[in-house]
Design a protein around this ligand. Structure first.
Ligand code: SF4
Length: 262
């Protein structure tokens, strides 16, 4: 038996550019830590603290959340490789987003979450794959930010601006993965941008989840191949020295175009 693990976030990378996904999976490159990640992680951390308070029956205090977020920034700022904003505006945005969660989102959540930061590994079946003698077992891995007692899965996002809701509803991968893994249908994105909340409610029906499983299996032959490179997908924002770690490492297009091509 060949066993393959498929991380939800890696599926999205694969769909943007298979070659980037190959190099990340092989450990040849890794994403640089950016101030954008620090902003999102600090807000996540504060919400985790709030979740722990709710689970133990305590009040969720805004000051406690703000302290947690600032502590996270202090402890992790030195790990940032790429600063896309100064620290002071970053702290202001984190505080505004945490306050937004506390005042606008917390009141609509159930008193106790069913789970926070819950990791999952779920088997997607065992199949024969053309060209291989052994059957393949495929597992899906991920971590759900918050599962509400109402049965809604919530995910927290901290981008620089709000999303186009129709795009997320039409092709977002994470919502398919998490609803399928938990046997639920409702996935809500809570998007915090400069202290403003956007909620995108996404329903993933059984049909949508079945389609997702087939999409995951469609990746398997490529994952099993010994090809020295996988298809390189240039089209899109991701293929640039700003976003692609392969390019940043001076490989692929970065080998030919350098770090300042445009
Ligand atoms: S440089 Fe572009 S084509 Fe090459 S791995 Fe990165 S995203 Fe893919």
């Amino acid at each position: 038996m060949i066993e393959l693990n498929l991380r939800q976030s890696w599926i999205s990378t694969f769909l943007r550019c298979p070659e980037q996904a190959r190099q990340e999976r092989a450990g040849l490159v890794q994403q640089q830590e950016s101030s954008d990640m620090l902003r999102g992680n600090a807000v996540h951390y504060a919400i985790e603290e709030a979740g722990a308070a709710k689970l133990s029956g305590r009040e969720v205090e805004l000051d406690m959340m703000l302290d947690a977020a600032e502590r996270y920034i202090t402890d992790h700022a030195a790990e940032v490789d790429v600063w896309r904003t100064d620290i002071n505006p970053l702290v202001e945005t984190v505080r505004a987003n945490v306050e937004c969660w506390h005042t606008e989102l917390n009141p609509i959540l159930f008193p106790r979450p069913d789970g926070i930061e819950r990791m999952f590994v779920k088997n997607m079946g065992i199949r024969e794959v053309d060209g291989y003698d052994l059957p393949v077992k495929l597992n899906l891995l991920g971590t759900a930010d918050w599962i509400d007692e109402s049965g809604v899965i919530w995910d927290w996002k901290n981008p620089s601006r709000h999303y186009e809701a129709w795009e997320k509803k039409r092709w977002d991968i994470q919502s398919h993965a998490y609803t399928w893994a938990h046997g639920l249908t409702q996935f809500n994105l809570a998007v915090f941008a400069k202290g403003k909340l956007q909620v995108i409610e996404i329903e993933r029906t059984e049909e949508a989840q079945n389609a997702f499983v087939e999409m995951c299996w469609s990746i398997v032959p490529t994952m099993l191949s010994n090809a020295p490179t996988w298809p390189m997908r240039w089209e899109g924002w991701h293929c640039s020295p700003k976003w692609c770690p392969v390019w940043q490492a001076g490989r692929c297009r970065g080998q030919h175009l350098g770090q300042d091509p445009w």
